[in-house]
Ligand binder design. Structure first.
Ligand SMILES: Cc1cc2nc3c(=O)[nH]c(=O)nc-3n(C[C@H](O)[C@H](O)[C@H](O)COP(=O)(O)OP(=O)(O)OC[C@H]3O[C@@H](n4cnc5c(N)ncnc54)[C@H](O)[C@@H]3O)c2cc1C
Length: 435
């Protein structure tokens, strides 16, 4: 079976590795970028997806370039703790949650693809433009490079080409750019002293602003500083717009620092992190509207191309990895690629749509809005403003929606397929939703 994957991002590369591990032979990844550059800043991979990367034999390599996230704390604008919970192994998962630079994650995946599938498995400078479904059930993919346009025919095309996916645009030509919710996000990294216990992610703010901060490295030998990822967001002012959702648009910290100077707590100085960062990037808070279908014949969508969500609850890379594993399993176990792509959609789409809806209601970060509405001047303890089990329930509901409830992650069957027995049909493939 021949598969073309559009996009060598997190989802596309994990798809290639998973197909190879499952014995699906002929996989080509077409990447628009002319050469690999470790782009982006930090992201988190939840334990359900770390389990999948571990099953691909990558956990040791990833552990060298990441930090296991040990806990997550939500704070109000005064730096008072609203909710704190253990994460990863500390929360009873058999796998850690990882804080990692996106570029490092992508490099580990790309190196593994080249080593396992061959040096030519990823074709750089190859932008997928559109495709044609052929009468024999195959697909002809048109792609452009500096040297001109060319075609590749395959049994299936996987559109893993991100939030501005060309494959999605070919399926939905009237859709237009990703919708913006009116928030602007600035992101960056800074070498600084560790904060709290050195393994905590914090999210702090009020009804208008957010700061998300976590470490992505251990201490460096010369001064003990760790690489800290930070992102701050606020509502745009009237008339303030961002033209395109470009992950790499850099800006000077002075341009936005003034809106976050009060987020200086006795346990973490957010404005100091911004002020001393090497580089900062601006990005509009955009997502994609949910689609009723991802699969059309021999073509499907995966990761952000299928279900881009606001960066909330660590689901971007996590769900792209889960998509890749479920899709590869389907392709390995079903002889008809079209049936496999349909089975993948059945397994994933409705649950992802529910998760997506939750992120539009601010997901688990809603506790920060609620704290601000109920006690704008602050509180002595969060119990005063959150009675009973409300905070626990918000967190547990989101874990269930995202398929990362500890019991499920620890005990569900593996998605790995033994390449030697991959032709054995299975009745239950495609029924596990987000597991
Ligand atoms: C440059 C960049 C920086 C990012 N930085 C962050 C970050 O700091 N924090 C964060 O949480 N998320 C970041 N993201 C998004 C994050 O990677 C995704 O939300 C998540 O990992 C899901 O991955 P994905 O594989 O679906 O998409 P992506 O990781 O976006 O990968 C899509 C890939 O497809 C390629 N591509 C695009 N169009 C075409 C085409 N027509 N033909 C072929 N290839 C194409 C892109 O170059 C990219 O390599 C970034 C994405 C990109 C592309």
């Amino acid at each position: 079976m021949s598969i073309v994957v559009a996009g060598a991002g997190i989802g596309g590369l994990t798809t290639a590795l998973s197909l190879h591990a499952a014995g699906v032979g002929d996989v080509t990844v077409l990447e628009a970028a002319a050469a690999f550059r470790p782009l982006g800043v930090g992201l988190n991979i939840l334990p359900n997806a770390v389990r999948e990367l571990a099953e691909l034999g990558l956990l040791e390599e990833l552990s060298k370039v990441s930090v296991p996230t040990g806990s997550l704390g939500y704070y109000n604008r005064h730096g008072q703790l609203i909710w704190h919970e253990p994460r990863g192994r500390a929360a009873g998962y058999r796998w850690p949650q990882l804080s990692i630079h996106r570029g490092r994650l992508q490099a580990v995946l790309a190196d593994a693809v080249r080593e396992r599938l061959g040096p030519d498995a990823i074709v750089d400078d190859s932008r997928v433009e559109d495709f044609e479904q052929l009468p024999d059930g195959r697909v002809r993919v048109r792609h452009a490079a500096a040297g001109g346009a060319s075609h590749t025919e395959a049994d299936a095309l996987i559109g893993a080409d991100g939030i501005r996916s060309a494959v999605r645009a070919a399926l939905h030509p009237a859709e237009g750019p990703p919708p913006w919710n009116g928030l602007i996000v600035w992101r960056g990294t800074t070498w600084a002293s560790p904060f709290l216990d050195g393994h905590t992610m914090i999210i702090a703010g009020d009804d208008r602003r957010r700061a998300v901060v976590y470490p992505m490295s251990g201490p460096r030998p010369q001064d003990g500083a760790v690489l800290i990822n930070w992102a701050v967001a606020r509502a745009a002012r009237p008339g303030e717009t961002i033209e395109t959702a470009d992950w790499n648009r850099s800006v000077a910290p002075d341009e936005f620092l003034g809106d976050f100077t009060d987020l200086d707590f006795d346990w973490l100085d957010v404005p100091a992190l911004i002020r001393t960062s090497d580089e900062a990037f601006i990005y509009p808070m955009v997502d994609r509207d949910p689609l009723p279908r991802w699969t059309h014949g021999a073509v499907t969508l995966l990761g952000d191309a299928a279900h881009a969500m606001y960066p909330m609850g660590s689901n971007g890379a996590t769900q792209a990895i889960m998509d890749a594993r479920v899709l590869a399993r389907e392709l390995a176990l079903r002889p008809d690629p079209r049936a496999a792509l349909a089975g993948y959609e059945t397994a994933r789409l409705s649950a992802l749509t529910e998760l997506h809806k939750s992120t539009r209601r601010r997901g688990p970060e809603v506790v920060i809005d609620l704290a601000h509405q109920r006690a704008p001047a602050g509180f002595r303890t969060a119990d005063e403003v959150f009675p009973g089990t409300e905070l626990h329930d918000i967190s547990a509901d989101f874990a269930r929606l995202g398929g990362f409830d500890p019991d499920l992650v620890n005990h569900r069957a593996s998605y790995s397929v033994d390449a030697r027995t991959a032709d054995a049909p299975t009745a239950d493939v495609g029924t596990e939703a987000l597991a």
